[in-house]
Design a protein around this ligand. Structure first.
Ligand SMILES: [Zn+2]
Length: 67
């Protein structure tokens, strides 16, 4: 089981289109690996986000263009 005590549900990714940082809320209850599309808050283009949680509940986020 993951220890979620210190889980930080704030994450950030750089938009795959304009490169601007976007803050996101992440939810570990959705699984260790998640994928979903979120529109950039700056340029409004759709980023396909990949989330990966490690054993410490730290989240890695990367974005690629959703076509
Ligand atoms: Zn953007």
């Amino acid at each position: 089981m993951l220890d979620t005590t210190h889980f930080d549900n704030d994450a950030e990714y750089s938009c795959a289109f304009c490169g601007e940082p976007n803050g996101i809320d992440v939810d570990l209850s959705g699984g260790r690996r998640q994928r979903y599309v979120e529109d950039c808050q700056v340029c409004c283009r759709p980023n396909l986000l990949h989330l990966s949680f490690d054993d410490d509940g730290q989240v890695s986020v990367w974005a690629e263009p959703e076509s």
